[in-house]
Design a protein around this ligand. Sequence first.
Ligand code: FUL
Length: 486
Amino acid sequence: MSKIKQQLINVVIILLLAGWITTCTKKEIPKPYGAIPSERQLIWHDMKYHAFIHFGPNTFTDMEWGHGDESPDVFNPTALDCQQWAKVIKEAGMKGVIITAKHHDGFCLWPSEYSAHTVRESRWRDGKGDVLKDLSDACREYGIKFGIYISPWDRNHPTYFTDEYNNVFKKMLEEVLTNYGEVYYVFFDGAFSVGPDGKRQEYDWAGFTEVVRKYQPNAVIFSDGGPDIRWIGNERGYAAETNWCTVKKGAFYPGISGVNDQLQTGHEDGELWIPSEVNTSIRPGWFYHKQEDDRVKSLNRLIDNWYHSVGMNGNFLLNLPPDTRGLIHENDIKRLLELKKYLDEAFALNLAEEASAKATNSRGKAFSATKAIDGDPETYWAAEDDISSVSLELDLGKPIEVNAVLIQEYIKLGQRVKSFAIEAFFDDNFTEVATGATIGNRRIVKFNPLTTQKLRINITAKACPLISYIGVYRVQDLLEGAAHGN
Ligand code: FUL
């Protein structure tokens, strides 16, 4: 055979092999199922825990919903220190902060050119202060993300209830989105009022979204119905057992009422990816009230909120209202740090790290059961396409006391799991010890402490499940009276 002929044969063999490898790989990689998250949503999913700051005239008038007729002079913090806020937020383990740039009273915490009810009209720093500037600078210094809450409802602005107000609001948005560096989150409150003549402000939601996308394309937009993040349907800080990131087109919109249960669960067959934010305040009120200094939520309650938000496929947005000094109160700081300590200890040691794993089905070596416990969020255990009921067995190597399991789906390719059960091996048998409904980005199930060497997770899904992480823990037991209490 001539040399050229031999070379040609070699090239053909290489091409055939390459084609074969590509076909196999293609066959192995699962296709996305249903709606999937955007890049900006994926970044939010990773954040888990962030701070809400309610601060404004209400802090000084002892109100929750100011009427907008208060004198701007009431806003006069004696020792405002956004560095203190950022330090506390960082130490608490929170990744970002969202501040009420403007609440329903219309007062702007920045000197807006489009309002006469702002820090500029107040006595504070002789009208030269800008809370958004102070906070955004502090966030950069402490390495936390900066976000904006801005209420479309405005009880002060003279143009409210007219079409002109939409332009005013867009201009205000432009100011807060262009003057303070990167903004990771824009929170649109859905609360509104009806005018004396029964009139309602028609908001230009599409226009508001356009402004955010134009100036801060990476920011997620929150409202009761998205477009990026939805409200969980209550202000107590509780997601439900079933929590789909998917919702039906047109089902939710800002200011919607009477659908709180659906906001909690999302829709299994929804065409849009709009995951849930679980928000609550560390005290009874959103704004600071001196008489609530000794009503800071208990550690048990905050831990319960954490398991019902971060542990139930949501993020936890916890409000820390600065006081009239302009500081986060000592009692709140103490509680936040207690929560941080609990979480650090609870999840310090993943008892499944040294485990071996086997599954009833997988779509090949690249997607074997061990991919769920390799600690790499980009690898996952995946079943074959037509398999929707599967089990994964973990062998911990020796009997160990455990009471919590953390499971994550590889959500980049959609949310799939409808329900699961956890079994522990005792006396030669597997016995069910916990059950759950959806998983999504992150699900933590707790059960009574038990000692076992083997755990089995049985999963039922809408399409072949993709599991990127399984962690097993022995978390501290809560004190009595934790759930849903103070
Ligand atoms: C609600 C508002 O009316 C409350 O004052 C608070 O800001 C909460 C986070 O959202 O809709």
